[in-house]
Ligand binder design. Structure first.
Ligand code: ZN
Length: 111
């Protein structure tokens, strides 16, 4: 995971603006094969002496630690339900049909 950020002073706080880039690895939610994809997220995090829980990050010993903030940004950018491909049929397609084919088996409308 790579982080590129610029830290600016803003009043009594510091603002870190940048980008987090890397690769995510997960299991396909249908067939459980390993899936990888590019991770790219923008980051805009505030560091304060008295941080707000869950919103801003602390300044410790005159330093700010970008790593946990970058990790959180990366976590939020991960896909919630990864698929190896849009057409992934899953492990037992005849028993558990997935995808658009199942949705098109509707009734035809007679007029
Ligand atoms: Zn799959």
């Amino acid at each position: 995971m790579a982080l590129e950020a610029t830290v600016q002073r803003s009043g009594g706080a510091y603002l870190a603006v940048g980008r987090v880039q890397g690769t995510w690895t997960a299991e396909c939610r249908r067939c459980l094969e390993e899936v990888q994809g590019p991770l790219e997220a923008s980051m805009r995090e505030v560091f304060e002496w008295e941080p707000t829980d869950g919103e801003t990050w602390p300044i410790n010993d005159q330093r700010i630690d970008l790593a946990p903030a970058a990790r959180e940004v990366a976590m939020l950018a991960l896909p919630l339900a990864p698929l190896c491909s849009e057409e992934c049929a899953g492990p037992i397609p005849e028993r558990f049909p997935t995808g658009p084919a199942a949705a098109t088996q509707g009734r035809s409308i007679d007029r």
